[in-house]
Design a protein around this ligand. Structure first.
Ligand code: FE2
Length: 376
């Protein structure tokens, strides 16, 4: 078993052939983008940014772009039947189609990944308007999910050509979400290493060897997970696959309802998780709850923390620690009818891992409760 930590950026060993500045945007295909935009504004504190659709000359689809600090969400719905987007929604339900990556050279990003075996989704194109030009290109990843490479160094508009600024009277306040910390993919039985290899070989990512690289399981629930990171660490993609347990694993349930691999959760960072979760809860976001027994032993497990335990317990916020610090996190319930995609709210206080200790504690706490009820 490997025990050494490996956080060395690729760039220190060789030239990073795929430099990425960060997450550019996340596009979801949804049944009703207009109402989804209202939900993400009201419940999650996003602001209106840009629009494309009938009023910009499109006839087949409509997109609303929302922003909160460095996070951009694009919500897209078809305007007619028989579209590829409609077929995607019919098969998967609402979900993430595009994880767009912000690069300085989209053409090079495309060529470097294609020559290493990526499957093309969109050949490089340049789009321009009075604010300059955007270059973009795309490749396939797991399931029907794709990566677009977005080059925007010669663009000063609000989002991209084809979109117009979308200003609304309704401007609910931010809840303090800052940036995308990581995005997790669920892939099929035995496929985790295939996608780990894809991110390593095709995209030049390295595996973060952390606690998460071991099996995550209790007696009843099991999954396996490995975390891939790009050279500068701004892009982190944990990849999960289901594992055999006595009960159906949550990853298997996802795969059934999404009808294949896809994005399981989007983790968004905050500097003040108590304030952020308080605001989200007040605005109707529902979270997974752990039994209060979780808090009886959590400080024995993670040691001293800066925060008062009371508010964390009241909000159900989870705590985990690794060699470099600790983190606070909480998971929403799925944000669509199918038990598929959800959000994670995370505040890092030094820790670079992903809360594996909580995963274990979460399921163990649930099992303890079941024993108390005599149902296990
Ligand atoms: Fe996560």
């Amino acid at each position: 078993m490997e025990t050494t930590k490996q956080h060395t950026p690729v760039s220190s060993m060789m030239e990073d052939f795929l430099p990425i500045n960060g997450t550019d945007y996340i596009e979801l295909y949804v049944g009703n983008a207009r109402q989804a935009a209202h939900y993400y504004k009201t419940a999650f504190g996003f602001q209106s940014l840009a629009y494309s659709g009938l009023e910009t000359g499109l006839r087949d689809r409509e997109s609303y772009v929302l922003v909160q600090d460095k996070i951009r969400l694009v919500l897209t719905t078809p305007l007619t039947g028989g579209t590829g987007i409609g077929r995607h929604i019919d098969r998967h339900g609402d979900g993430v189609k595009v994880i767009a990556l912000w690069v300085d050279d989209a053409q090079k990003a495309y060529e470097e990944t294609i020559k290493r075996g990526a499957e093309s989704y969109m050949e490089p194109v340049t789009e321009s308007d009075e604010y300059g030009e955007i270059k973009k290109a795309g490749i396939h990843t797991y399931g029907e999910t794709v990566h677009l490479f977005i080059e925007r160094k010669n663009y000063t508009g609000v989002f991209m050509p084809g979109y117009k600024a979308w200003d609304t009277h309704y401007k609910p306040s931010s809840v303090g979400l800052k940036y995308v910390d990581h995005m997790v993919g669920n892939v099929g039985w035995g496929e985790m290493n295939r996608w780990v290899d894809f991110y390593a070989n095709v995209m030049g990512f390295t595996q973060l060897l952390s606690f998460d690289d071991k099996d995550i399981s209790t007696e009843y629930t099991a999954l396996m997970s490995k975390v891939m990171s790009n050279g500068n660490g701004r892009i982190k993609f944990p990849i999960n696959e289901p594992a055999e347990g006595k009960k159906k694993s949550q990853v298997e349930e996802y795969l059934d309802f999404y009808d294949g691999p896809g994005v399981q959760h989007i983790a968004v960072a905050t500097d003040d998780i108590v304030a952020t979760v308080t605001a989200l809860r007040d605005r109707g976001v529902e979270f997974l709850t752990v039994p209060s027994t979780y808090y009886d032993t959590v400080l024995e497990r993670v040691g001293a923390i800066d925060e008062e335990l009371g508010p964390l317990k009241e909000l159900g916020i989870l705590i985990d620690r690794d060699d470099e610090g600790y983190l606070l996190q909480l998971f929403t319930k799925p944000v669509e009818p199918r038990p598929t995609m959800f959000f994670e709210i995370i505040q890092r206080k030094g820790a670079k891992s992903f809360g594996k200790g909580n995963f274990q504690a979460l399921f163990e706490a649930i099992e303890r409760e079941q024993i108390l009820r005599g149902t296990l």
